[in-house]
Design a protein around this ligand. Structure first.
Ligand code: 8Y7
Length: 260
């Protein structure tokens, strides 16, 4: 899953893909590099970020989805927590909902149920504005697992069947370095829930922290190492900024995992 951020404040590519032409070129590049899905977001969820209005988010994402979905050979994932953005994005051509709030916003469950596209449910403790201030767990792996199982049950009860759900432990979302490391090491426990597992670790601060406060531009190799470990533990989709190198990593890792 290759990332296109349509936000002026996203930390790792700083809104470089903001114009329609640039978004189109970036989408083509991600496809050429081997992406199977493009994740498109119009609201930054970085720690401390402020929310944007529904209209602002729609203005950012809908024209781009309309422009690129028609001739794109791969599905577009809409990264949003807002029900109205989910509805309009899918109407414009999006084929997957990526919700870091796991459909907890009022109206989101109903929107996802009506839209009949797959949904990624991600774990987050707290909310973006404050989630990194004091993340707190007794047992991060058990708590993330229990949260995701609870959301799956809520979704199924609301009429969203199992076969439309993906899960994500939400690296960096209300988690300190120890929490993130424990979740990656024990990721199999989340995969064992039995639904397809998506992970996003690319360029995140957990990589920067491990490498001695390495800035975002220097986090590629660390991100690739984390992708290998996630794949070994059952992840089936990795959400990344650097698609070409990640595709090599996936090919090599999956060939070895499939060997005798
Ligand atoms: C994730 C994500 C972000 C993630 C899923 C960033 C939108 C922060 N991270 N969605 N979104 N999983 N499913 O660093 O880990 O890219 S935004």
């Amino acid at each position: 899953m290759g990332i296109i951020n349509l936000t002026p404040d996203s930390f790792s590519d700083g809104g470089r893909y903001f114009s329609l032409d640039q978004a189109r070129a970036r989408a083509r590049q991600l496809v050429a590099e081997g992406a199977d899905i493009i994740d498109l977001g119009g609201e930054s969820t970085r720690p401390g970020s402020q929310e944007v209005s529904v209209q602002e988010e729609l203005d950012r994402v809908i024209p781009v989805i309309e422009a690129i979905s028609a001739d794109l050979p791969i599905p577009i994932s809409i990264d949003t927590s807002k029900p109205q953005v989910m509805r309009e994005a899918v109407a414009a051509g999006a084929g997957l909902i990526n919700d870091v709030m796991a459909l907890r916003r009022p109206g989101a469950l109903e929107a996802a149920r009506d839209l009949s596209v797959p949904v990624c449910l991600m774990h987050m403790q707290g909310e973006p504005r404050s989630m990194q201030i004091q993340p707190n767990y007794q047992d991060p792996v058990a708590e993330v697992r229990a949260f995701l199982e609870g959301r799956v049950n809520t979704c199924v009860a609301a009429g969203i069947p199992h076969n439309r759900l993906l899960l994500d432990p939400g690296f960096g979302f209300g988690k300190n370095l120890a929490h993130n490391l424990s979740l990656l090491k024990n990721l199999r426990s989340i995969a064992d829930i039995g639904l397809p597992l998506l992970v996003g670790i690319s360029r995140k601060s957990m990589i920067g922290n491990i490498l001695g406060d390495r800035p975002v531009e220097g986090r590629l190799f660390g991100s690739l190492a984390s992708a290998v470990m996630a794949l070994e533990r059952g992840a089936v989709i990795v959400r990344v900024h650097d698609v070409a190198p990640t595709v090599d990593v996936i090919r090599v890792t999956s060939v070895v995992l499939a060997a005798e």
